[in-house]
Design a protein around this ligand. Structure first.
Ligand SMILES: *[C@@H]1O[C@H](CO)[C@@H](O)[C@H](O)[C@H]1NC(C)=O
Ligand SMILES: *[C@@H]1O[C@H](CO)[C@@H](O)[C@H](O)[C@H]1NC(C)=O
Ligand SMILES: *[C@@H]1O[C@H](CO)[C@@H](O)[C@H](O)[C@H]1NC(C)=O
Ligand SMILES: *[C@@H]1O[C@H](CO)[C@@H](O)[C@H](O)[C@H]1NC(C)=O
Ligand SMILES: *[C@@H]1O[C@H](CO)[C@@H](O)[C@H](O)[C@H]1NC(C)=O
Length: 505
């Protein structure tokens, strides 16, 4: 055989083994007729940020240069810091320059005397936001890294006396923890931010602490394989309940298992293996099709192992997460089931009067609708017959998860139904959330009102960091912030990933 032929052959044979897994559908382009929507989302960002900015920077009495990350996240610092990566992605360079300047002058380590700081929220919004902005601005602003480190140095006190599990909240003014149990989302989703911080600062302590907590949780015996319960005691290091959910209190623990494996191409198999087990157990024990056939949901398992047919807006990140992990594991079953989860969550949007989904809901599947002690009222029964789910808390506080998973749906499958859904959401937001006279966008108390919507008085910083970013990227060139180049932290701050491995797990 000629030598060149041998070379060609071995190349052809070796190629599949050598190429990394891909998450996005190859060669994806946004069809022409959807492209204007990207600009429309940008406009929504500006319309939301401008009124906030005028208030925050415009008057001396509300320019809290020393305000720190207190628990009230509608506060000043959170919005500026949390918005920076979105500004960079949207090319809003003036807003970004202003935000960097204010970050420079801000002391993030000072709070009101008796305020506590959420270690989790501060990690994902501030540390994650600063690190992402640092990377996306080509590391030209070292102050962003420095501030992230200042904050993490304070947060590190959450790991009280040699505890492996951090407390959820601490007092910045005394570096004392607020005693109590921690939920696994709080304890288990600092690994992306803190590992990255260790790499940039060359101080391995941050990674050791954050990754140590996740591994501890993953290695404890769980009620179902891979499915850790929601609460853990920092003192004993043991779980304190047996409640299982992909929703609040647990969500980003599961999310970060697979994202840590990808962002760092981790050698330790515990992250991807635990995630895989969690998904497998969830398929067997928690997954249910909607009685109407419009998608599927994941229920929750209580301490007595009863399946509660309850879910929430927060839980709806699961479809995007299963799409990411399913592609990493080259597992088509997970990808397909994620499609059903996406449909179920979208159904909670397209069934309401506003076209926006509620904060929490119950669902009915062929095995019924058991939801613990709570009986459905008449309205809920009628609603569920038609839509397969019913509203248990009707507010919408500008959360991202449904549109986040919808973004993954588009980038991974290339099905334009996800573009149609995002387009519908944009219209619903403009119609029902936008205030008059340029006062921005507001939360609402009921997504399915009989009359007019009732506004709250809050623009959460994740509206800027997550909801508008995922919507914008849905209509942007799929090569920009590709899911093959970046891993999003749980606040939608993209972090640059190395080339993917040929296989995970
Ligand atoms: C930078 O921030 C400081 C403190 O908030 C403010 O006094 C100054 O005017 C800002 N400079 C620019 C160029 O925005
Ligand atoms: C590394 O960070 C930890 C946590 O903030 C801190 O206690 C320690 O002093 C730092 N080490 C060095 C060498 O700076
Ligand atoms: C923690 O759990 C382990 C294993 O179940 C048990 O042996 C240990 O006594 C528990 N520790 C405390 C302090 O409850
Ligand atoms: C894909 O994932 C499902 C669900 O966890 C599992 O049952 C199945 O064995 C996996 N398939 C392969 C080929 O690994
Ligand atoms: C709502 O979305 C679901 C997909 O989850 C779809 O099956 C259903 O037909 C949609 N309903 C309407 C009214 O568009």
């Amino acid at each position: 055989m000629r030598l060149w032929l041998l070379g060609l052959l071995s190349g052809a044979l070796a190629a599949p083994a050598r190429s990394g897994v891909t998450v996005q559908k190859q060669g994806l382009v946004v069809p022409e007729k959807y492209r204007h929507l990207r600009e429309e989302v940008l406009e929504m960002f500006v319309d939301s940020y401008e009124p906030y900015r005028r208030n925050a920077f415009g008057h001396d009495e509300v320019r809290p240069v020393r305000q720190a990350p207190v628990d009230e996240f509608a506060g000043w610092g959170a919005t500026v810091v949390d918005s920076m990566s979105t500004m960079l992605i949207m090319g809003l360079t003036d807003f970004f320059a202003e935000a960097v300047n204010h970050t420079t002058y801000m002391d993030f380590t000072v709070t009101q005397p008796r305020s506590t700081v959420s270690v989790f929220e501060t990690t994902i919004r501030y540390v994650g936001g600063l690190l992402s902005a640092y990377e996306l601005s080509d590391k030209k602003h070292p102050v962003l890294l420095r501030k992230a480190q200042n904050i993490a140095d304070k947060l590190a006190y959450a790991f009280h006396q040699d505890n492996v599990i951090p407390y959820g909240h601490i007092y910045f003014m005394s570096d004392d923890p607020k005693r109590g149990t921690t939920n696994i989302a709080e304890a288990g989703s600092m690994s992306l931010e803190w590992e990255l911080l260790s790499r940039y600062t060359k101080n391995s302590t941050y990674a050791k602490l954050a990754v140590g907590a996740v591994k501890h949780i993953a290695n404890l015996e769980a009620p179902l394989p891979g499915l850790a319960p929601t609460r853990i005691d920092p003192v004993t290091g043991n779980f304190t309940n047996r409640y299982i959910t992909w929703g609040g209190e647990a969500d980003s623990y599961y999310e970060y298992l697979v994202k840590y494996a990808r962002l760092f191409n981790a050698d330790d198999p515990v992250f991807i293996q635990t995630w895989k087990k969690a998904v497998d157990s969830s398929i067997w024990h928690l997954l249910r099709p909607s009685i109407t056939g419009m998608g599927a949901y994941l229920g929750e398992m209580d301490d007595q192992r009863n399946l509660k047919h309850l879910s929430s807006h927060l839980t709806c990140f699961h479809a995007g997460n299963w799409l990411l992990g399913g592609k990493m594991l080259r597992n088509q079953t997970m990808v397909e089931l994620a499609g059903h989860l996406n449909d179920g969550c979208w159904t909670t949007y397209n069934s309401t009067a506003t076209g926006i989904g509620p904060e929490s809901f119950g669902f009915v599947s062929p095995d019924g609708g058991y939801a613990g002690g709570n009986m459905m009222n008449k309205v809920q029964v009628e609603f569920s017959k038609k839509h397969g789910f019913y509203i248990t808390d009707g507010k919408y506080i500008l959360r991202p998860e449904v549109l986040e998973s919808n973004f993954y749906g588009w980038r991974v499958t290339g099905d334009t139904k996800y573009l149609d859904r995002a387009a519908d959401a944009i219209k619903s937001f403009q119609t029902h959330l936008q205030l008059t006279e340029g006062r921005g966008y507001s939360d609402i108390s009921d997504v399915n009102p009989t009359g007019k919507v009732v506004y709250g008085d809050k623009t959460e910083s994740f509206w800027f960091a997550e909801t508008l970013k995922y919507l914008y990227l849905t209509f942007d060139d799929p090569k920009h912030i590709s899911l093959d180049d970046y891993v999003f932290n749980t606040e939608a701050h993209p972090l640059k990933a190395p080339p993917s491995l040929p296989s995970y797990g």
